[in-house]
Design a protein around this ligand. Sequence first.
Ligand code: SF4
Length: 417
Amino acid sequence: MSKIPGFPFSYGNDFEGERIRPDNLYVEFGGESSRMVEWLTTAGIEDIEDGKIEITGSDINDLSNKAALPLAIVIEVAGNKMQPDYEPVLEKQIHRILNRIQGVMHTGQRDMACLRISKSIEKKGFTLRHIGVILCQKLHEDFERIIDKIQIKIYTEENSVTEILNEVKPVYTQRDARIEGMTDEEIDTFYSCTICQSFMPYHICTISPERSSPCGSYNWIDCQASYSIDPTGPNKPIIKDNPIDLRLGQWQGVNDFIKKSSQGKTEYYNLYSIMDKPMPTCEWVECISVVLPLCNGIMIADKDYTGMTPCGMDFKTIIDNTKGELDTPGFMGHSRYNITQRKYLSADGGIKRIVWMPKFLKIDIRDKFSNTVDKAGIQDLFDRIADENTGTSEEEILPFLKAVNHPALSMKPLIQL
Ligand code: SF4
């Protein structure tokens, strides 16, 4: 724990993992009642006033009984050694830096971030400006080799936050697209991610080109960049030698790494299967796939969909029942992007198994989904997938799946009923 000059609040590793419960919550950005987005981008060195922090909209000490607000944090950096590939890696540091403030809890990333500020720290005079101060200081301190100048813009007005969201979405798409065309077979190294160990001490994700991070924030290229910036950080190379089962996605090299890094809590998992020892799920996954036994298929629940799903639970309840180091056959967390990757559930039939997903998710991934199913030779699959308008129980969607002759119905049984 340390006191930082110009930042009169307790800060240190000890506070990572601190939860801000409702009775001590002063304000929440993001989460269920508002949007929060964070974006780190490179600017010209002459365009940045180092250390400048600009706030547009209310700061938290201007709030009149509001418990939720939208928020956009835009960090502009410049430096001779800065590269575009470093942007997602540096952006992800927001999570680590803010979680080390006592009385502040940060979860998620990109346009799915959430920030909670406690009543206790607000009473001590904490404001959004302090968010800017600590981000500036720590990014400078930790990445002095790369960053020469930083300025931070913070927005809490609905319209400005929406504008930033619209501006940054194509950037996220571009970042994800860098991985297109790479296959798991052509490389001999995957990467670990242990960022979530601040909240779940034994959690470890394995990220491959075709199994992007379950939270949607990192892909294989980001992990590679992260390791090159900080070899002792949360993303380390995993040599995928000694294959055990290539269909399921299991290698002895990966097993050894997982076992060591989870302190023996997780012995092994498979990268490409939902039925056979899937990778453990944490609470910050973008989506979770769930087996629907009656439909012989898979539904996808998305973080932004709060309604009921055909498995009889909403997203939050599914996550509450599956997160941790639990062995959860039939449940697998993943990113939105992963749905259209070639290895998505490839051991269990892949994309053809999808029988239900929320309508907005269908719309969100439509173009990429269409390309993927075209390649798989099932062009009209998109229209054969049910959504909440079709039904929110297996019994309600099954007649629709039969009427459209959904391919899952004639595939090998997922479960022997
Ligand atoms: S969910 Fe996995 S990939 Fe995403 S930040 Fe957490 S540990 Fe890393």
